[in-house]
Design a protein around this ligand. Sequence first.
Ligand code: ADP
Ligand code: TYD
Length: 218
Amino acid sequence: MSVDHPPYSGLFLSFEGIDGSGKSTQARLLQDALADAGHDVILTREPGGSEGAEEIRALVLQGDPDRWSAETELLLFNAARRDHVERTILPALKNGKIVICDRFADSSRMYQGQRAGLRDKVDLLHREMIGMEPDMTLLIDMDPAAGLARAKGRAGVEERFEDFGVSLQEHMRDGFLDLAKEYPERITVVNGARSIDVVQAEILALVSTALLDKKHDG
Ligand code: ADP
Ligand code: TYD
């Protein structure tokens, strides 16, 4: 069954976008700004964010990109997400914290759903095993070639989708923009092709409004 959760007092924010769009940079800056303003905030990421989910992260992101079928990969991402929600996200939200998550279920909708044609299965598993969405999702949109150049600038062993090149990134960008139309209340598109500071200021303004709305809603 999906994770059982009564209304919580915290705020659940996610960042989405193609590789190299600036999610991690912006998530960190937002965490710092909110903490400086006196909020209780945690920054977490997917796949990962709990001990077990970090182990699954290594399984799914390292090694031969053809190691898993798309279906197996979907199950692994969902197993990681379930553990992350149970052990990290929901406890923090119940304690009134702001949770900033670098990627969440929209990434499965894109990389396993759109990319591998498994959207029905993504939705089914999400409904049955996860069953919650962020209060607000910041979709950082940018040109795929520029995003890929940024992402390639980082050294590391986690190459899962970056290796698939610009055409996959273009497909994912279009898919993310469609997703924003599918969930207009939740997903806000932010133009990531600007300087880090300008993007940061816009995101902080959006989140400040969401915090005020949450306060007024009770
Ligand atoms: P993501 O988490 O979306 O993959 P990162 O935040 O890791 O992206 O950013 C990828 C690279 O691009 C990093 O080296 C980061 O410093 C750089 N970067 C992020 N945002 C910007 C920006 N607005 N302008 C220029 N470079 C950026
Ligand atoms: P991440 O570390 O956020 O990569 P980046 O910083 O380059 O954006 O995510 C790792 C990869 O995992 C990324 O290529 C997208 C993929 N992914 C999925 O395919 N499905 C998922 O559900 C999630 C959360 C991530």
